[in-house]
Design a binder for this molecule. Structure first.
Ligand code: CA
Length: 235
């Protein structure tokens, strides 16, 4: 059975581009150009994944997203313009799995789709963490029982605060966690909106776990949005 993707996009040229890329890669494509159309297609076609443009003629993509999230966990990738970082943050907070900035390349699009489809398996990854107490991604190991992080078998000597950040990102590996989400989870609901503490910690974490901190392999920065842990190894 081919994987079925619902593309919600009102711009004809982008829709055509998406259709070309996706069908060439053996995906079945269902198309909607308005939010209302999208809602009815989601119920009638049960897509495996939704690609969602935020700027729709009849409703805001985020409005559509929040109503979709009330009844389905189907992965949603938001398509957004670079100028709207706050929209991206909002979309992820509303439950989008990922976002792609326009203009995008075919290989990036396909990689993000494959990754989001694997998110449906995130539960099994979390089950693995629960079972083994460990998260693995390449040379990185998070040991949730010992509260330690190892790189190529060597203890990275993270501080307690640094460990908590890495441990949280590991639990949501492959997903972007917004600064806001991280701040609230790590420093509580009353944490101030300032992300400086997070940035300082991340700089230290990268020095300790990445060979080349400027080109990270394990924790990626999504500029203006948040951080993402590399996907875990196959369970
Ligand atoms: Ca649009």
């Amino acid at each position: 059975m081919p994987v079925k993707l619902l593309v919600v996009e009102d711009e004809k040229s982008i829709l055509k581009l998406l259709r070309t890329i996706l069908t060439a890669n053996k995906y079945e494509v269902v198309e909607a150009s308005t939010g209302a159309e999208a809602l009815s297609l989601i119920t009638s076609h049960c897509p495996d994944l939704i690609l969602l443009d935020l700027g729709l003629p009849d409703m805001d993509g985020n409005t559509l997203l929040s109503s979709v999230r009330k009844w389905t966990s189907t992965p949603v990738i938001v398509l957004s313009a670079r100028t709207h970082e706050s929209d991206k943050v909002e979309a992820i907070d509303l439950g989008a799995d990922d976002y792609i900035t326009k203009p995008f390349g075919a290989s990036e699009l396909l990689a993000r789709i494959r990754m989001a489809l694997r998110h449906t398996q995130t539960m099994s990854q979390n089950a693995q963490i629960a079972r083994t107490g460990q998260f693995h991604s390449g040379g990185l190991t998070i040991d949730y029982n010992k509260y330690r992080v190892y790189v190529d078998g060597v203890d990275a000597q993270l501080t307690q605060g640094e460990y908590r950040i890495v441990a949280l990102l590991g639990k949501y590996a492959g997903r972007v966690l917004t600064y806001d989400f991280l701040m609230k989870e790590l420093w509580g609901p009353c944490s101030k909106g300032d992300n400086k503490i997070l940035r300082v910690n991340m700089a230290n974490i990268r020095r300790k776990i990445e060979k080349t901190p400027a080109q990270p392999k394990y924790i990626f920065t999504e500029v203006g949005v948040g951080y993402r842990m590399a996907e875990g190894d196959e369970p």
